[in-house]
Design a binder for this molecule. Structure first.
Ligand SMILES: [Zn+2]
Length: 261
C-alpha cells in the first residue's frame, strides 16, 4: 500500500507547493491561498497530504519522519533476543560466571526457577498430569551457599563414619558438585520425582520421552558419564530451549557434546 501511494502523494505535494507559490506570487487562479476549510477549488477536490501542510506554505518537503518506501518501518526492526543463557554450560571445568545473575520465579512448594523457564515448565507438568503422571520438584535453584551446605553435610556424614577429613571431602566431591560448578545454581535445572509414588520410574520415563517438547533435556544420561563426569541421574532435567533440546534428545547426546566441549 505504502509503496503504491507514495509517488502519488509526492506528486500531489509538489503540485500543492506549486499552487501555493503561484498564489503567493499573485498569478494563480483567483490568487487566493486555499484554507483548511477547503475554500480553494484545488483543496476541495484533492486535499494535500496532512504531513505536507505547512503554515508558511513554502515547506512542502516530506517531514523527516517520512521514510522512503523501501525502508522498513522502525517498529519492525527488533534486535534478536539473546538466547545464550539457555545453553550456558556449568560443570567442573566451567564454573558459574562471577557476574551471573538470574531473575527467579517462586513456585508454590517453595522452589525457584529462572522466570523465563516457568511457562514451559508449567505446561510440561500440566500435560504430564493430564496423562496420569504426577511429577514433583525435589530440587531446583540453589545458591552457592546452599550448595556448600549440601557439600558440608556429606563431608560430616563421612567423617561420622570414621573417614579422615580429606577422605570425607574426596568422597563428597564424587557425589556433590563444588559450589560454583552446580547446574542448579543457574535456575535451569530441576530434580524431579514422582509426587505420590515411591517408585519414580514412570515419571522419569515420561519426562525422558517428552521433556524436549518443553525445552528440557535429561542432563546426565547413563551412557554419557565419561563426558559429563556425573553419574546417571534419571531425575535431573535441564532447560536448554526447545530447539537444542530436540536435537540433544533425538541424537542421544549430552550438552557437552552439543556444545562441542
Ligand atoms: Zn540435580
Amino acid at each position: 500500500m505504502k509503496t503504491y501511494h507514495y509517488p502519488i502523494r509526492r506528486a500531489l505535494a509538489l503540485l500543492w507547493a506549486l499552487l501555493i507559490l503561484l498564489a503567493l506570487a499573485g498569478c494563480g487562479p483567483g490568487a487566493s491561498a486555499p484554507s483548511e476549510s477547503g475554500g480553494g477549488s484545488a483543496a476541495a477536490v484533492v486535499p494535500p497530504p496532512a504531513e505536507t501542510r505547512s503554515p508558511s506554505g513554502t515547506a512542502a518537503q516530506p517531514r523527516s519522519s517520512e521514510l522512503p518506501p523501501e525502508m522498513p518501518a522502525p517498529e519492525t526492526e527488533r534486535p534478536a533476543e539473546d538466547e545464550s543463557w539457555k545453553l550456558l554450560l556449568v560443570n567442573a571445568d566451567h564454573p558459574l560466571p562471577e557476574d551471573f545473575r538470574v531473575e527467579l520465579k517462586a513456585l508454590r512448594n517453595g522452589h525457584h526457577v529462572d522466570v523465563r523457564v516457568y511457562p514451559e515448565l508449567q505446561q510440561m507438568f500440566d500435560d504430564a498430569r493430564a496423562q496420569g503422571i504426577y511429577p514433583y520438584i525435589n530440587e531446583s535453584f540453589r545458591t552457592g551457599e546452599r550448595q556448600q551446605a549440601i557439600m558440608d553435610k556429606y563431608i560430616a556424614r563421612y567423617e561420622a563414619q570414621g573417614m579422615s577429613r580429606a577422605a570425607a571431602e574426596g568422597k563428597a566431591r564424587e557425589l556433590v558438585a563444588l559450589p560454583g560448578t552446580s547446574e542448579h545454581q543457574l535456575g535451569l535445572a530441576l530434580d524431579i520425582i514422582a509426587e505420590y509414588d515411591a517408585d519414580s520410574t514412570a515419571t522419569w520415563n515420561w519426562l525422558r520421552d517428552n521433556c524436549a517438547k518443553y525445552g528440557f533435556i535429561l542432563r546426565y544420561p547413563a551412557d554419557k558419564v565419561d563426558v559429563t563426569g556425573i553419574s546417571y541421574e534419571p531425575w535431573h532435567f535441564r532447560y536448554v530451549g526447545v530447539e537444542a533440546a530436540k536435537e540433544i534428545m533425538e541424537r542421544g547426546i549430552c550438552l557437552e557434546e552439543y556444545l562441542g566441549q
